[in-house]
Write a protein that binds this ligand. Structure first.
Ligand SMILES: Cc1cc2nc3c(=O)[nH]c(=O)nc-3n(C[C@H](O)[C@H](O)[C@H](O)COP(=O)(O)O)c2cc1C
Length: 163
């Protein structure tokens, strides 16, 4: 294998080959509303205590909201939730203000209803890493749904196929 110097372009391209699930991270807004963003930079960290990590860019609107509230909801999306995923990849000013998001309450968080799984997370530590911050959070309660996952690969949403 011949190595090449790392650039923002080939770094993005290399990671686009890492197929992942898709989540929406939800955070409370000061006016009582719920803010959302699509995220695949999430990971299960520890079983005891149950810890999850979300990696949030410093230029995201979500970033100061998590900093302030120290909480977030994490919803793992199913295959039928593509429009919700697309909605939350856009900057808020470009989102369809008439879109109806099926929110529901879970513990102290608001999450996406009918997700494959949803978690109510309380931030316990944060670690700055380049232009992102890793928020490590204790999962205080969760809900498990049913269905097939939505996946993300090379800039496209797709479905899981068992071989
Ligand atoms: C599949 C996918 C995964 C993403 N994952 C992340 C992520 O883990 N962290 C992040 O900061 N942005 C991620 N983004 C970008 C945000 O979804 C996007 O910038 C969004 O507009 C941020 O919304 P906000 O600025 O209102 O918080 C992802 C985008 C896509 C399409």
């Amino acid at each position: 294998m011949t190595g090449e110097a790392v650039t923002p372009e080939n770094f993005r391209q290399a990671w686009s080959n890492f197929g992942t699930g898709v989540t929406v991270i939800t955070t409370p807004e000061p006016d009582g509303g719920t803010h959302g963003m699509t995220a695949n930079g999430v990971v299960s960290v520890s079983l005891s205590p149950p810890l999850a990590l979300a990696c949030i860019g410093h230029n995201r609107n979500t970033f100061p909201l998590i900093k302030a509230s120290r909480r977030f909801g994490l919803s793992i999306l199913g295959t039928g939730q593509r429009e919700i995923a697309r909605h939350y990849t856009k900057p808020p000013e470009e989102r369809d203000q008439t879109a109806t998001i099926p929110f529901c309450g879970l513990g102290e968080s608001t999450v996406i209803g009918e997700a494959l799984a949803a978690m109510d997370c309380r931030v316990v530590s944060e670690h700055e890493a380049g232009d992102h911050t890793l928020f490590v959070a204790e999962v205080e309660c969760l809900s498990i749904g049913e269905g097939e996952p939505m996946l993300w690969f090379q800039g496209r949403f797709g479905d899981f196929v068992e071989r």
